[in-house]
Design a protein around this ligand. Sequence first.
Ligand SMILES: [Zn+2]
Length: 342
Amino acid sequence: MAKQLSVLEFQAWFPDEDACIRLLLERRWPDGFLCPKCGGRDGDMLKSRAYTYECRSCGRQTSVTSGTIMHRTKLPLRVWFWAAHLMATHSNGMSARQLAGQMGIAYSSAWLLEQKLRHAMVNPNRDPLEGVVEVDQAEMPFRTNDDPDTPLKTGKIMVIGAVEVRDRTTGKAQKPKAFGAKYVDTLSGRCRLAVIPSNEAVHIHSFIQTNIARGSTLVTDGHASYPGLDGYRHDPRVVGNMAAHVPLKWIHRVFALMKRWGLGTYHGFRPEHIDAYLNEFAFRYNRRFYRHVSFETILGIAADHAPLSYWDITGRDNPRKGRAVTRRNPQKRRTVEKAGDD
Ligand SMILES: [Zn+2]
């Protein structure tokens, strides 16, 4: 299994804000500063604005954090780096409560930070699952109250999941076999999870079409909602007297881990954000053999995402939205004619 950075190593790599900025600079400008406006190669770090470079030719100011989820953050970059590292490598992730304690920040800041990182864990260009794929559904309990010390008042939600079957010897995608044939000596590959409103065919088909490549072999139980999908090779296993985990071993393993994680780390998920938690779980599961790079993956992926605000995440309306904004005129630097703002 690949090596991952220990807490001490991580601390040694990123002891202060400068070290974090150096990594961001390396990612953004691997060949040195490049002005996004005029292509100039000379720039100076501003003392007056954090993490911001100013082009010597055109005066355009570019923040090292622009385009990442850290943009305009009030938290130190070290907190972001640590949180990304902990969420990527800690096998169970970390609740906002634990993170707040570890980082010495407010619970509300920790919660928002974690939600932003979870959104950054979904690569918008990710490839669909392929080959032989097990698909099944499971019921998950969720909490209807916030207090982790009171007993779980639960409802149930329906989660659908899919996981690739791989050949144990080669580690590559399992070759499809005749219908009903046993798959032995296998490993699990990548997984996907999502909440569905019900077991109806329309929801199940939509999940499959979004997450699994056409031409794949779907191994499922005998549920009536699977048949009727065009473009897939459907290999249903009628479970009958056999225990359900025998033919659908890997997806059942994924569900078992997911449930244990939800109860252990979060004392039960809350229904509002469950998709984000499922993404977090799948992100770590899919990188379990190379966790050492996931921290950078989060930062790298994060660059593809538009920054999310608190209001995007909670789905609430920003009470200040549309209201006239009173904003002081930006201070002009004396040396700069027209400063772009990034
Ligand atoms: Zn420039």
